[in-house]
Design a protein around this ligand. Structure first.
Ligand code: FAD
Length: 524
């Protein structure tokens, strides 16, 4: 998006609203005006507009009027200050508001246009990361935290940290996501049961509010903004810097996939392992389903075992894959071996179906990149992704399993994509933050990561998602959606439940004109 700068920059030359409008036409028919005194340049070329109109979901197409590629946080503050206090032109007369809406865009890995700003301005956060001084990632002298420009991808945080022998402690599965983007949701993965989501591992933030104010915040300084922004879906401000907690970086990882044909044994072992957060526990825990009506990917397993793994799936129709990892370096290798041995002796998996790989720490964390490359080479990455991510309370996971996994997914003629299925601990989440989770100590993270393409059409998959939600609703299973997209206000109010009043109050406090992240469709 930023490489075509020379070709595409248009300096906006309207001094005040009375000057001739030379600007971007939005879908809503309202032109976006920036006075020259703002000294901001925006991109309006087709390439920049198109890139900012789409996301990973590949389902929505929402064109902004323009894209801002800022070279400093103050440029973003000027933009928001103007949008908050400025004017708009509707082709006939100037009106005091709304001016235009603004969305930060990290990597655009949203699913339903959440980082879009139809007719407004998209702020390309990668530009800010590239312009960050002295660097996008600055590790503290004592190695306990990193100050990170929010447009930085997590993979670059990892690279900078491991060079110093340190590392963030909790990760998403995929690292080509921006820090600001995951902190606006939660940032969950296999380390969450131990360390909490990424939002639980932030010491402080720099944020530009919807009023254009640049504010630092932490649990002590401006806590309303701090807690609101974490998991806040971009509603209260644009994060420009995050101070991320770091720990020691191990060098290698014992990474294991362990196969179960019996769901209750799988569930029992998963839940037992996430309760062990001492040195004898694992460092990473997730789970996946392998179903005979889906693509059975056996590439993790040794070549000599791939056929029997595939047969196991065919024989049982569904196999539950416990995925665990234990990180180590030369000092901690003995205890790591002890733990892996203990797992092999005490877990209730299908005999002979525990497999271990020994890989560098970086490669383990960056494992999804290989999947991405494979899918890209097959033309299956840039396809519609009607993903459904939900949190299911532990008390109802059996009902969910029977009704959704057996009742709906296994009955499909074909499934396309990965199904994640693992529990996590709620005590690592801070309820003052905006993200919602079920009201139980343990809940399951379920990711139905289906891809359309080939014979499968995304609406069919979306209908299946609707059926799943409906099943939960009818059965009284109190799920919470993650990375959700609702278009009706009542659904948002229901989603936030007891937190809705706080969410609304913070919106009025920090973004009273409702300029920010319109693509989330919460306050439009
Ligand atoms: P964008 O899509 O660019 O933005 C998302 C939202 O955040 C938008 O509302 C945007 O306006 C807002 N935003 C972006 N930057 C900022 C900022 N600096 N300040 C304020 N608001 C901002 N999630 C997990 O939790 N765990 C996973 O394991 C995981 N794996 C994934 C794997 C893949 C392949 C994909 C595509 C997504 C995955 N996600 C996962 C989801 C991901 O965390 C979210 O989609 C996240 O928003 C993506 O970050 P992004 O930089 O692309 O955000």
């Amino acid at each position: 998006m930023t490489t075509n700068l020379g070709l595409s920059i248009i300096t906006l030359i309207t001094l005040f609203i009375s000057l001739t409008p030379t600007l971007t036409k939005s879908e809503e028919g309202i032109d976006v005006f920036l006075p020259i005194t703002l000294n901001l340049t925006v991109l309006t070329d087709p390439f920049s507009i198109s890139a900012a109109s789409h996301d990973f979901g590949n389902i929505t197409d929402e064109s902004p009027g323009a894209v801002l590629c800022p070279s400093s946080p103050t440029e973003v503050a000027r933009l928001l200050g103007f949008a908050n206090g400025g004017f708009s032109y509707n082709g006939v007369s100037t009106i005091p508001e709304p001016t235009f809406k603004v969305a930060a865009r990290g990597q655009g890995h949203s699913l339903r246009g959440q980082a879009s700003a139809p007719g407004g301005i998209v702020v390309n956060m990668t530009c800010l990361a590239m312009a960050a001084k002295p660097a996008a990632v600055v590790i503290s002298a004592d190695g306990t935290y990193a100050d990170v420009a929010a447009g930085t991808m997590w993979v670059d945080v990892l690279k900078a940290a491991v060079e110093r022998g340190v590392s963030p402690v909790t990760w998403t599965d995929y690292l080509y996501l921006s820090v600001g983007g995951t902190l606006s949701n939660a940032g969950i993965g296999g380390q969450t049961f131990r360390h909490g989501p990424q939002i639980s591992n932030v010491h402080e933030l720099d944020v530009i509010t919807g009023k254009g104010e640049m504010m630092s915040c932490s649990p002590k300084l401006n806590p309303e903004l701090f807690y609101g922004v974490l998991g806040g879906l971009g509603q209260f401000g644009i994060i420009t810097r995050a101070r991320i907690a770091l720990g020691h970086a191990p060098t290698r990882v014992k990474w294991s996939r362990i196969l179960y044909s019996d769901f209750s044994a799988f569930k029992r072992d998963q839940e037992r392992l996430i309760s062990m957060t001492n040195d004898l526990g694992v460092d990473f825990l997730e789970g996946q389903l392998m179903m005979s009506n889906g693509i059975v990917d056996t590439s993790f397993f040794p070549l000599s075992d791939q056929t029997r793994v595939a047969s196991l799936v065919n024989d049982h129709r569904i196999i539950y894959v416990l995925e665990v990892a234990k990180c180590y370096d030369s000092k901690t290798l003995p205890i790591t071996d002890l733990v892996m041995d203990m797992l092999s002796r005490t877990l209730g998996f299908a005999p002979g179906f525990m497999f271990i790989q020994d890989v560098p720490y970086f490669d383990f964390l960056n494992r999804v990149r290989n999947e991405e490359e494979k899918l890209r080479s097959l033309g299956l990455w840039e396809v519609p992704h009607p993903w459904l991510n939900i949190f299911v309370p532990k008390s109802r996971i059996l009902d969910f399993h029977d009704g959704v996994i057996h009742g709906l997914l296994l009955n499909q003629t074909a499934t396309a994509g990965v199904t994640l299925f693992y529990p996590t601990n709620r005590n690592k989440w801070n309820n003052r933050m905006s993200t919602m989770s079920p009201d139980e100590d343990v809940f399951y993270v379920i990711g139905l990561l289906q891809s359309a393409g080939g014979s499968q059409n995304w609406q069919e998959l979306e209908n299946l998602n609707d059926k799943i939600i409906q099943f939960c609703e009818n059965s009284g299973i109190k799920i919470k959606e993650y990375l959700m997209h609702y278009t009706r206000k009542e659904d948002w109010i229901k989603h936030f439940g007891p937190k809705w009043d706080d969410f609304l109050r913070r919106k009025i406090m920090f973004d009273p004109k409702r300029l920010l992240s319109p693509g989330q469709d919460i306050f439009n």
